[in-house]
Design a protein around this ligand. Structure first.
Ligand code: HEM
Length: 396
């Protein structure tokens, strides 16, 4: 069967501000549609997104017959990607992920709780002037300082980490060009060199941090190789803050717009459900691809080995078959089956840490500043690969 075709520019202003209207339009055409501008099928169905994420016949790693030679100018970026668990499938993925999750224990995350709460409070203490951009003064600072602390990277490197990371994730942009590719390759080279030096230092002087734990981690007598260690640290530093910044920003916006006093939604009895629902309602990452590793029939369409499908996580979170009144923000609902962190093999390693950061960020902000008001309507940045605000101007 030929899939119904849908047209939508991913950089059109109206779409970037509210992609959910497009998802509704796509859903009315069927569970799988062909998105013309991306040139690939995509699914908005919660059931399909969830099952494909858990199905080993689909994966992120590029099948050998689909690989194309790497253009030399992006080699440095690919060197990092090729050793990143996010871009691999079992058996290499299993080994890398096993080594990381062990070092990334629930206990290690819990140990960061007082740090995150104190950090949130000290950032609020530093708010000055009558108009504050919550994105740069608050939402951006908490994740980068927390992941740097967890890995053991000095806090005064945080601006540099943000710069490297922003340049690298530019590669996922819909309108990527040569300048973006050159910037990403330069950033990858500099970032890898910095992490390499830092790893050498921790080998000489071990500390109580994640980099030291990763150096020591071993599975079946195998350790992470040096390129794997470098890629894993970069992955954790980048994945560890890029999405969480926008999850906090989108969460603050949602609570300020929902019609209920935010302070009442961050009380200890309800905060966990509030966080879960903000993550369902307006997540920061909307699209992830999978390759078919064999011929698979789906929604009446035959996918051949090597074909791609885009999984629209944010659309799945608004599927009426999974959530009643999905376009309503309802913090008292059970939103735990939201797919914001994915599912299956690549389920987000940092979901526990991200939820803790969002929880402390929202709680501290609205407890300390219950009368917080926006001074201008928030606008989403024109960047579909991260659905997040350009700025969030508020007054206390
Ligand atoms: C709200 C914030 C976050 C969101 C929405 C998010 C979302 C995701 C999603 C959807 C995936 C799976 C991608 C796929 O299946 O193709 C993923 C994977 C991953 N995330 Fe997150 N993430 C967040 C925060 C974090 C944090 C704080 C960390 C680390 C400290 C982290 C580390 C990772 C890693 C290492 C992977 C790769 C796992 C694998 O390939 O097995 N993430 N994340």
């Amino acid at each position: 069967m030929t899939l119904p075709s849908i047209s939508q520019s991913p950089v059109e202003h109206g779409f970037v501000q509210n992609p959910y209207t497009f998802y509704r339009r796509a859903r009315a055409m069927g569970p799988v549609v062909y998105w013309e501008e991306y040139g690939k099928p995509c699914t908005v169905s919660h059931g399909l997104v969830n099952s494909i994420l858990r199905d080993l016949r689909w994966g992120r790693e590029v099948p050998p017959e689909n690989t194309v030679p790497t253009p030399p100018h992006i080699q440095a970026f690919m060197d990092v990607e090729q050793n990143s668990m996010l871009e691999l499938e079992p058996p290499r993925h299993t080994r890398l992920r096993g080594l990381v999750t062990r070092a990334f224990s629930t206990k290690a995350i819990q140990r960061l709780d007082p740090f995150i709460a104190e950090l949130s409070n000290s950032l609020i203490d530093g708010f000055s002037g009558d108009r504050i951009d919550l994105l740069t003064a608050y939402a951006e600072k908490i994740p980068v300082l927390t992941i740097a602390r967890m890995l053991g990277v000095p806090a005064d490197m945080s601006d540099q980490l943000l710069d490297w990371s922003h340049r690298m994730v530019g590669m996922y942009q819909a309108n990527r060009d040569r300048a973006i590719e050159d910037a990403a390759a330069d950033a990858s080279r500099e970032f890898a060199a910095y992490i390499g030096t830092f790893i050498d230092k921790r080998r000489r002087e071990p500390d109580d941090d994640l980099i030291t734990a990763l150096i020591a981690a071993e599975e079946n007598g195998q350790k992470l190789s040096r390129p794997e260690l470098v890629s894993t640290c970069i992955l954790l530093l980048n994945a560890g803050h890029e999405a969480t910044v926008h999850a906090i920003g989108n969460g603050v916006k949602t609570l300020m717009e929902c019609g209920t006093k935010p302070a009442s939604l961050v009380r200890p009895e309800v905060i966990d459900a509030t966080v879960e629902e903000t993550l369902r309602f307006d997540p920061p990452l909307h699209m992830f691809d999978r390759y078919a590793y064999e011929d698979i029939e789906l929604a009446g369409h035959m996918f051949r080995r090597g074909d791609r499908i885009a999984l629209l996580l944010a659309a799945a979170n608004r599927d009426p078959e999974a959530f009643s009144d999905p376009d309503v923000f309802a913090p008292d609902r059970d939103a735990r089956k939201q797919l914001t962190f994915g599912a299956g093999t690549h389920f987000c390693v940092g979901s526990g840490l991200a939820k803790l950061e969002i929880k402390r960020a929202l709680e501290t902000l609205f407890k300390r500043l219950p009368d917080l008001r926006r001074t201008e309507p928030p606008i989403y940045a024109n960047r579909y690969h991260f659905h997040g605000l350009q700025r969030l101007m508020v007054t206390t």
